[in-house]
Ligand binder design. Structure first.
Ligand code: HOZ
Length: 425
């Protein structure tokens, strides 16, 4: 028996489903999750010693690849001074300054430990600031696992075919208004009817939890215009897109200023660190300045801050995103060409270091479009790629990620694997 299987069997004894986060269980693709022992650059090695080209990158944080020397050095240096103080440190001031310098929409920022904490806190802050309860989110967008956000959500919920979670009180869910992504008319109608009760829109500006779906310019303009007109806030959940699609994140690409922004993944360089921030008058409502409470023992943890600062220093170097974007685009173009040659209905797109692949001929614009893609084909493809040594996200509903350490040879190996895999579906 493979060591991955032995470990998975053992894991299920004391860990629900054998995993500490549901998508890892291979629930929608079937088979045995890989237990990883090591990562270096673009590669990971599983418990059986098999090497994979990794297009998951810990679900996005590892934009510099695994074990980047500058990040490891910064972490080792910080480690020697102690793991946590539960008190302010100079490095977290540096990180806050840097984030506010990089994002024109951000006057102030608070560091937290996970993307879920960031979105949950931003929503509480939006409600506290506006004095309103209702929240607008979009079908297939995933904003972490806080109660009010687990309504028609993406990511792991979709792998089990159920976009909403049990255990969310009906009264809480009732304040979450869910609309189709990219549907301007539905958004206008909702604001016309209930605009004075809406605290905020929260959106993944480039959705990465129902595979990758881009917001149209019309949709972005409608979200900004309607929130402004109705006194609601616009929250950009850039946990996935932040410093992944560009140095000014998705909001830089869209050319707009959200009122609040949530960051995670890349900002922590692979360590548990996230952030939310925005306009000074809104952030002033946060404790200890204002009445909206939010706290965390490990918030601004010095080791995580060191990893985040080291990562941001690397990605801020001239040409970084040009190179990463070129590589990611070359990947999606190569995959598309292979699928075309194999006469398999397929489409793909890339934004910065993030990509989506779909077993359908047209790029999706909504949750419904993504659900219409051929998931059976994806599952067969996923396993064929895995056996060829290419690790894709184990779900048709997750975006993929390329790191700065993926080289031309890795792409070429991926294309050869793709050809093999497509011949089996
Ligand atoms: N929320 C992540 C995918 N969008 C999954 C995280 C994990 O399983 O580690």
């Amino acid at each position: 028996m493979s060591r991955n299987q032995t470990l998975f069997d053992a894991a299920q004894r004391h860990i629900p489903g054998g995993v500490n986060s549901p998508v890892r269980a291979f629930g929608s693709v079937g088979g045995t999750p890989r237990f990883f022992e090591r990562g270096e650059g673009a590669y990971v090695w599983d418990a059986d010693g098999k090497r994979y080209i990794d297009y998951v990158g810990s679900w996005g944080p590892l934009i510099l690849g695994h074990a980047h020397p500058a990040v490891i050095e910064a972490v080792e240096k910080a480690l020697r001074n102690g793991l946590s103080f539960g008190a302010p440190t100079a490095a977290e001031v540096d990180l806050a300054d840097l984030l506010c310098a990089l994002l024109p929409s951000m006057d102030q920022v608070r560091l937290v430990s996970s993307g879920t904490e960031a979105t949950m806190s931003a929503i509480r802050l939006a409600r506290g600031y506006t004095g309103r309860d209702k929240l607008v989110k979009f079908e297939g967008c995933y904003h972490g696992h806080a109660d009010s956000l687990l309504v028609k959500a993406g990511s792991g919920l979709l792998t089990f075919g159920n976009p909403s979670s049990a255990g969310v009180p009906a009264a809480v869910a009732a304040d979450t208004l869910v609309l189709p992504y990219n549907d301007v008319a539905a958004l206008e109608q909702l604001f016309a009817e209930q605009g004075d009760q809406i605290a905020a829109i929260i959106v993944e500006p480039i959705a990465g939890n129902m595979n990758l779906v881009q917001a149209t310019p019309e949709f972005v303009a409608a979200m900004r215009g309607l929130t402004e007109r109705h006194g609601a806030l616009l929250i950009y959940d850039e946990v996935m897109t932040g410093f992944r699609v560009g140095l000014q994140c998705a909001q830089g690409l869209h050319g707009i200023r959200p009122d609040l922004t949530c960051l995670g993944k890349v900002v922590g360089g692979g360590m548990p660190l996230a952030a939310f921030g925005g306009r000074a008058d809104i952030m002033a409502k946060l404790a200890p300045l204002g009445p909206v409470y939010q706290a965390g023992t490990l918030s601004g943890n010095p080791i995580a801050v060191a990893a985040g600062l080291a990562t941001l220093a690397e990605i801020a170097k001239p040409g970084f995103f040009e190179q990463l974007s070129d590589n990611t685009r070359a990947l999606t173009e190569g995959l598309t060409a292979a699928a075309c040659a194999a006469h398999v209905p397929f489409s793909a797109q890339a934004v910065g270091g993030m990509f989506g692949i779909y077993f359908c001929a047209q790029l999706p614009h909504s949750y419904a479009d993504v659900m219409a893609s051929d998931r059976t084909r994806f599952n067969t493809f996923f396993h064929a790629m895995l056996s060829e040594g290419v690790y894709l996200a184990p779900s048709a509903f997750e975006a993929g990620f390329v790191s700065a350490r993926h080289e031309q040879t890795d792409l070429e190996t991926t294309f050869v694997a793709t050809k093999q895999a497509l011949s089996r579906i």
